[in-house]
Ligand binder design. Structure first.
Ligand SMILES: Cc1cc2nc3c(=O)[nH]c(=O)nc-3n(C[C@H](O)[C@H](O)[C@H](O)COP(=O)(O)OP(=O)(O)OC[C@H]3O[C@@H](n4cnc5c(N)ncnc54)[C@H](O)[C@@H]3O)c2cc1C
Length: 348
């Protein structure tokens, strides 16, 4: 990079922000990562809603950033039981939860020299040759600004206000969800994940029995029952032939039930991608592309983006603005690929 020691400010300490911070620090930047959460121990909103994904973060990340991939693989819990229904192909093996992924990425970023500042919320963005982000108690300047604020897209909104002409492409396919959560008794099976996704995919149902004895069942699509206890939910699951899920759900007591409509998948783009007046910035993670909410896809998309970032940082132009433009271009192309893979876009 042209500056001996460029400073980078990463907004958001979710999986994308932690991974980006680690990679930028590895490439020689002085990185600070900020998050309004009180600390890494305060779960992000969706961490409570457990994420399960296979322990291998994927060949691209293994190749581009072996240390991050190794940290993630090492964080996988060894004894999850995963069952895909109705094929019934049971698989027992290590799975990685979002909490574990975040802990591993936080450790990797700390080891790479990243400084963390939790409990701060940015208020305003300005720039001259650097960005300046204002907070309640002052401001920070940086040569490189990274938006990793997830669906909040704080930087994108702030840049829009500065006239960067960003666009947000929405696909009108919001998902209807119903999630039940409750406690399981000590003798109930733990670390079970089961997914039922019929080929016509109008509805999909998944169950997760966590190590901490929390049960989550999510029903995507129409026809969710009104169940408010484990046995009531078990009865509805049995009616769909989901005996293995019903057996676990039956052990739960009262259930909390939330119905919600998830936002449609979104992709961020720019009208003027090479705006020379803006200092270096890029967007990564859900802030860039939100995939259709499918089991295991969001985090997989984050890992693919981190792999792209790692490879640009390894061989990209040294000047921060050129480097950031190269990152934006590569990540935007990749994001479209994610949509194609997820079946939301089709090739004309
Ligand atoms: C209910 C639900 C279930 C999901 N289930 C799965 C699953 O099973 N498997 C899977 O792979 N994916 C799943 N996903 C998707 C997955 O959670 C996301 O793809 C992933 O968390 C994206 O990581 P991220 O770091 O981009 O964003 P986030 O994880 O959203 O992190 C963003 C961070 O930015 C911080 N932040 C917010 N505003 C600001 C601000 N103004 N300044 C600074 N920081 C800010 C937040 O506090 C947060 O820590 C699920 C998502 C949801 C909502």
């Amino acid at each position: 990079m042209a500056l001996p020691d460029p400073t980078a400010l990463v907004l958001g300490a979710g999986p994308a922000g932690l991974g980006a911070a680690a990679l930028l620090a590895r490439a020689g930047a002085r990185v600070t990562c900020l998050d309004p959460r009180t600390g890494p121990e305060q779960a992000a909103a969706q961490a409570e809603h457990v994420h399960i994904l296979p322990p291998d973060p994927g060949p691209p990340l293994r190749k581009a950033a072996p240390e991050l991939a190794a940290a993630l693989s090492g964080a996988a819990a060894p004894d999850w039981h995963y069952l895909r229904l109705p094929e019934g192909a049971a698989r027992t093996g290590p799975f990685l939860s979002r909490d574990a992924a975040e802990t591993a990425l936080h450790a990797a970023a700390t080891a790479a020299g990243v400084t963390f500042d939790y409990g701060v919320r940015p208020r305003a963005l300005a720039h001259d040759t650097q960005f300046e982000v204002a907070f309640q108690d002052g401001a920070r300047r940086a040569d490189i600004l990274v938006d990793a604020t997830g669906a909040h897209r704080w930087v994108a909104d702030a840049l829009d206000a500065l006239g960067a002409q960003l666009w947000l492409d929405e696909i009108a396919a919001p998902g209807r969800y119903c999630t039940w959560s409750g406690a399981l008794p000590p003798e109930a099976p733990r670390r079970h994940a089961m997914l039922w996704q019929p080929p016509d995919a109008e509805a999909s149902i998944y169950l997760i029995a966590r190590a901490d004895r929390r049960l989550y069942v999510t029903w995507r699509g129409a026809g969710a029952p009104e169940a408010s206890t484990g046995p009531e939910l078990a009865e509805a699951l049995s009616r769909h032939g989901l005996g293995a899920m019903a057996e676990i759900a039956a052990a739960a007591g009262p259930l909390a039930r939330i119905g919600y409509v998830a936002p449609p998948p979104r992709l961020l783009g720019m009208e003027r991608p090479g705006d020379p007046l803006l200092p270096a910035w890029f967007t990564i993670g859900d802030a860039l592309v939100q995939t259709p909410p499918r089991f295991g896809f969001g985090m997989a998309s984050v890992f693919l983006q981190l792999a792209e970032l790692a490879s640009v940082l390894d061989g990209g132009p040294p000047e921060p603005s050129l480097l950031a433009a190269a990152v934006r271009e590569r990540l935007a192309a990749m994001a479209e690929g994610v949509w194609l893979q997820a079946g939301v876009l089709s090739v004309a």
